[in-house]
Design a protein around this ligand. Sequence first.
Ligand SMILES: C[S@@+](CC[C@H](N)C(=O)[O-])C[C@H]1O[C@@H](n2cnc3c(N)ncnc32)[C@H](O)[C@@H]1O
Length: 280
Amino acid sequence: MTRRQALDRARELMVAKNIESAALEAELLLRYILEIDRAQLYTDLDLELTPRQEKSYHRSIERRLQGEPSAYITGHREFFGIDFFVDENVLIPRPETELLVEQTIIRSKNYAAPLIADIGTGCGTVAISLALNLPDSRIDAVDISGAALAVAKLNCRKHNVQDRVRLLVGNMLGPLPEPADIIVANLPYVRSAELPRVNTIGFEPPLALDGGRDGLDAIRAFCFQLREKIKPSGCLLMEIGVGQKEAVTDLLAGIFPTGHIEVIPDLNGIDRVVGLSLSQ
Ligand SMILES: C[S@@+](CC[C@H](N)C(=O)[O-])C[C@H]1O[C@@H](n2cnc3c(N)ncnc32)[C@H](O)[C@@H]1O
């Protein structure tokens, strides 16, 4: 079977299972099996696969057809232009979370050598993207899952930021040894009743997604801990889900009546990041 035939077949099977971006996923998995980049793949689409390559590709397509996300099959996901290791202990980083990183970089200009806290770091995407783009920053990255932090540790080593990213296991802001200039958070915010509709359900850890009845259990608990761990001149950037803007901004306004609150939409126009500045 040639590369072209393998791609066509995989795409057809995925389309039949209503998998979005079937062509892209078929290509991603074939590149993973062949260990080649896009240009190398398309240079000669009529090359024959070896029997071993054919078998491995078939196996990975079968896993994808069973619903397993391709990021868990390949063990990698790109975020903010950076390659991260992922496994079933961590949420697969979402493109909309890049907004959190962009907004943190913008606000970091207000601080010399900022101390940043990333709460709910998962595989470390936000913390490591910030460390790589803000060379004067230090980052405390917290997660309640030790298994997730093991993946974050691998990613810190891969990107050589282990000296500036401190990984801390524990509940929300509890493990932070000192207040931070900037607190960034992407905590679970999916309503429990909506979990079955998440397309990766059964594969991603519920701990990373489940926000309780109204989706705000973790965010609420986090906001009530904030005062202790944010500097008086500090700011907060937090990712939220669809329809959560009012509840979260009301909550923050109640806790920080003099703080300046703004909401930033993602590229789809969904209110995605809530910002709070204490110094304005
Ligand atoms: C939505 S995921 C975000 C992961 C990562 N920041 C990203 O954007 O890809 C939420 C993360 O929060 C962690 N988490 C859940 N409850 C927590 C808690 N009480 N304290 C700290 N981390 C928590 C989960 O283990 C998970 O890694």
